[in-house]
Design a protein around this ligand. Structure first.
Ligand code: PMP
Length: 389
């Protein structure tokens, strides 16, 4: 007898992941199918990766064509795909001209932290409570959640965490030894909390005044998710370092740090990545950016996000504490734990994420249809009416 897929994964698992009892094998747009042919509306986008939707033939072609030409080319050589991507990516982020390529969000954060210390000669990094920036030792030092941090201490020294959306706390925290402030424009893992414009502009002003750099972590909010190409572009903000990953290469692993003129140029050997900027990921990223712009997916996210949040706010349930978000990054905070409701939604064909214990997080592909959003709302309404048992 052939073992079931889930039994095999179970036998070999590192134990790190809370597994859902679903084996996904195929996707198209905002639909996913399991191995039995059952379909689901995807409000996870593979943790915020599939902004373009699943099963994009144009991405598959770009990958296949580049794979036949050249897959690997370390940054010690030049490459046509990388050069083109550098131009196309930085055209979207005026004021950020230089790029470091890596392979994930946590690597982008790790690099931004190193560049900040190197560039300023200062040591302290100011991060925010509820902030999430990844799980390698440097990125983890910027991440707030104790549960992720404590088993691995001692972490990197020099990090402090201050309350989010609280300018006075920032005022006190940023000092003469502050290399950088790192924050998300909408906190994702921490519970889908958008920053207020005053807060963001205030932090930017404090950084400028006191010689600290501003790192904006857009690993989750980037590439149209919040209704602009990048979430910082909703405001009059100019980050010094911008961390991106997730949907950058249409699903292939890729991260990047974009840097402005206040960041000192790095010299050889100070940082690097074997796979960073490889032609395969670059070709996939170029196709991704092309589609995002051609279909104006940021505008679609803005429009659909407004519609979705309006409909969610119409749900009459005593269990809902708040609906909040920006674009198609939406959180529904409950007065109780969300895990049982996520399972009930899953049984009814809707996949969503949690953010902390009490928040249901919706990160659908930006191509999701209004009818699909309607079904998500109806399903949530139905399971909330059932109660947790
Ligand atoms: N920063 C933010 C804001 C994130 O949401 C995440 C992932 N959820 C990361 C960093 C880490 O990215 P990765 O999992 O690609 O390492």
């Amino acid at each position: 007898m052939v073992d079931s897929i889930q039994a095999v994964e179970g036998r070999h698992t590192s134990g790190l992941y809370n597994k859902q009892p679903i084996t996904l094998v195929r996707g198209e747009g905002a639909w996913l199918w399991d191995e039995r042919g059952r379909n689901y509306i995807d409000c996870t986008s593979g943790q915020g990766v599939a902004n373009l939707g699943h099963g994009r033939i144009e991405i598959a072609r770009a990958i296949a064509e580049q794979a036949q030409r050249l897959i690997t080319c370390p940054e010690t050589f030049f490459n046509d795909q990388r050069a083109a991507l550098m131009e196309e990516l930085t055209a979207l982020t005026p004021g950020l001209e230089r790029v470091f390529f890596c392979n994930s969000g946590t690597e982008a954060v790790e690099a931004a932290l190193k560049f900040s210390r190197y560039s300023t000669g200062r040591k302290q990094i100011v991060a925010t409570m509820r902030g999430f920036h990844g799980r390698t030792m440097g990125a983890l030092s910027a991440t707030w959640n104790k549960k992720y941090r404590e088993p691995f201490e001692p972490l990197v020294p020099g990090f402090i965490h201050v309350p989010y959306n609280n300018l006075e706390a920032m005022q006190t925290a940023i000092g003469e030894d502050t290399a950088a402030v790192i924050l998300e424009v909408v906190q994702g893992e921490g519970g889908v909390y958008p920053a207020t414009p005053d807060y963001l502009l205030g932090v930017q002003a404090l950084c400028r005044e006191r010689g600290a750099l501003l790192i904006i972590d857009e690993v989750q909010t980037g590439f149209g998710r919040t209704g602009r190409m990048f979430a910082y572009q909703h405001y009059d903000l100019q980050p010094d370092l911008l961390c991106v990953a997730k949907s950058l290469a249409g699903g292939l692993p890729m991260g990047a740090v974009l840097m402005g003129e206040r960041v000192r140029a790095l010299s050889p050997g100070l940082h690097g990545s074997t796979f960073g900027g490889n032609p395969l990921a670059c070709a996939a990223a170029r196709a991704t950016l092309r589609i995002l712009q051609r279909e104006d997916l940021p505008a679609q996210a803005a429009r659909k996000g407004t519609y979705f949040m309006e409909r969610l706010r119409q749900i009459r349930s005593p269990l809902i504490r708040e609906v909040r978000g920006l674009g198609l990054m939406v959180g529904v905070e409950l007065k109780q734990k969300v895990a049982p409701y996520l399972s009930l939604m899953q049984e009814r064909g809707v996949l969503a994420l949690s953010a902390g214990l009490n928040v249901i997080r919706f990160l659908p592909p930006l191509v999701i249809r209004e009818a699909q959003l309607d079904r998500v709302v109806e399903t949530l309404e139905e399971v909330l009416a059932l109660g947790p048992d």
